[in-house]
Design a protein around this ligand. Structure first.
Ligand code: 8YV
Length: 319
């Protein structure tokens, strides 16, 4: 029987299914293992179910001499050294598609909450400060008929664009490769140059997978193109946005606000964010619905069963 490792806590039903196929060691205690601990636990394993926060760098991969399948329960895999996996002949898989709609829901929740100051208004009410209704209190920005600018029109970008139609928004997007006309019609989205995308945005949403090529793709020069009334929403990955540049723009009120689910160096986000009243912060919960987390884990199990059974996995990472 193949030996496998589950690096973080998962639902019991996921472990039960794994147990029917493999000898399972599971980190149900859920303490995040260091690279050294991961390497030790992986030493005798044929496969692993991992998460997006495990440091699966070359030092870990090179010591996992039996490992054949590395199946992450995430769509993003920038925590995995793919070159080291290639050298070692390890198949890497991820969990795309099953989380698209849930992540798009969160993007929209953050967009709405930021525009209408939902979180500070609720906090103010709880503090017992609501004494009288006021004509000019808590004035936010309209979402309906506003311009939504999406950088990177992949599956999640498209799911966000479809939601925007219900709010009669104008949707602009920029991709290196323009989408085909049928897809643009389905998303009611118009391709524009990068500069236009930034300059016309009421809401700017980067929806790209992280790679070195897109590091700080939204930095000081891009933020300078935004209107003072614009808001940035990031549910993609830390590192796509230059957090220091964003903090400066928010501090100086050069943009109206931001709503962020992902950060550089998370969970140790830049503490200056916490002092700002024009930013909404959530702890990387894009795919965090009960149903979607189960689908992600089960897809990772499908991948693991396939690879260790000598079959093609349903969602390999191609590299
Ligand atoms: C994960 C994510 O839940 O899939 C991804 O890439 O960012 C989230 O869906 C998170 O990274 C934990 O694995």
């Amino acid at each position: 029987m193949h030996k496998i490792l589950v690096t973080r806590r998962v639902f019991d039903e996921v472990l039960e299914r794994l147990g029917r196929h493999f000898a399972v060691e599971a980190n149900q205690e859920d303490r995040i293992w260091t690279a050294e601990e991961l390497a030790q636990h992986l030493a005798d394993k044929d496969g692993a179910l991992s998460s997006a926060v495990d440091p699966l760098d070359a030092s870990v991969i090179e010591r996992a001499s039996r490992l054949r399948a590395l199946c992450t329960i995430a769509v993003g895999y920038n925590n995995i050294d793919l070159a080291a996996c290639k050298r070692a002949g390890i198949v890497v898989t991820n969990t795309p598609e099953v989380l698209d709609e849930t992540t798009a829901d969160l993007a929209f929740a953050l967009l709405l909450a930021s525009a209408r100051a939902i979180v500070p208004a609720e906090r103010w009410l709880r503090e017992g400060r609501w004494r009288a209704w006021k004509f000019d209190a808590w004035l936010g920005a309209d979402v309906h008929h506003a311009t939504l600018s999406i950088l990177g029109m992949g599956r999640i970008g498209q799911a966000i664009a479809r939601r925007a139609a219900g709010f009669s928004m104008r949707v602009l997007y920029h991709n290196r490769n323009r989408c085909d006309a049928a897809l643009e019609r389905r998303c009611n989205a118009t391709w524009v140059e990068r500069e236009t995308l930034f300059a016309e945005a009421d809401f700017l949403l980067p929806m790209l997978p992280y790679s070195a090529a897109v590091h700080h793709i939204i930095g000081a020069p891009e933020l300078a193109l935004l209107k003072p009334t614009a808001r940035l929403v990031n549910v993609a990955r830390g590192g796509i946005v230059d957090d220091a540049a964003l903090i400066a723009a928010l501090q100086e009120r050069r943009i109206a606000g931001a709503a962020l689910d992902v950060f550089e160096n998370e969970p140790a986000l830049d503490p200056r964010f916490l002092a700002l009243d024009n930013v909404l912060l959530t702890p990387h919960i894009g795919s965090a619905s009960q149903a979607t987390r189960l689908k992600m884990a089960m897809l990772a199990v499908d991948n693991l069963i396939a690879v260790l059974g000598g079959q093609a996995p349903p969602s390999p990472v191609r590299f």
